[in-house]
Design a protein around this ligand. Sequence first.
Ligand SMILES: [Zn+2]
Length: 316
Amino acid sequence: MPTVETVNGPVDLEELGVTLIHEHFRATDEALRFQFPHLYDETAEWESAISDAHAVKGHGVRTLVEPSAMFLHRDAAFSKRVADETGLNVILATGIYTYDHLPQPLLTRNEDQIAEIFVHDIENGIQGTGIKAAFIKCAADEPGVTPNIEKVHRAAARASRQTGRPIMAHSHPKSGTGLDQMKIFDDEGVDAAKVQVAHTGDTDDLDYIERLLDTGCWIGMDRYGLDVFLPTEQRQATVLALLENGHADRMFLSQDWASTLDWFAPELAEEIKPAMAPNWSMTFLFEQVIPELKERGMTDEQLDQMMVENPKRWLA
Ligand SMILES: [Zn+2]
């Protein structure tokens, strides 16, 4: 039986059930938190993560993929505690979440040496826990595929080729990074069917999305609620058009929610949320997005394909 690594060891793929492919139980700055821990409230963070985990379980979710990596405060022990407390399967990544910056120790390492670091997390486990990474995360954003970003992508590709593990590539569709990212993976000999181009749903440019799909990759329609990048109505219209064009077998629905996010100081966060992401949560998909997609023609089979079958196939 094929299995996938979770925070509680290998789980049979058939047991994953309804899966959220891209959510975070906590996303904070590692350096700030290490140096200035008084800015952070561990108890509130824990409560927020647990409350979200219970809420998604209440909507039938059985598995949550948490693509936190270096620079996004990946914390395997924290994720395991959430899983143990709630019974959810939680699946973790290795990798680096950066739009360009790399610390000196990684500037002086080459692609193969960075790949080796990723392979360690896949084969030996993350942060000394024995929890194994199930996939590899990398990112390109507004600055595009800079030399540092290319290096991380090539490292991710080599770790994937060595271990067979899939890749999730954060993308910035408005700068068209997805196609550049896929070119690097292709150049490194990675099977496109192993790659998920995250945040593709931040655009409604169907021509760009179709060209991306033509490469053979998966796409994440995974930021529902983040109106600041694309309002819900445009996300819905795009997903419906792609369903009509027969792409249910290549898409994921998720929200990229973070139960705790420190990008904005607390007072500012409260002030800007109504404009940037009024409905954003870990359950928005179930409360509004999915019911509305169904009303507008999405079938139960298509939903099952995106929430149950595709996660299994990508992770396998
Ligand atoms: Zn994310």
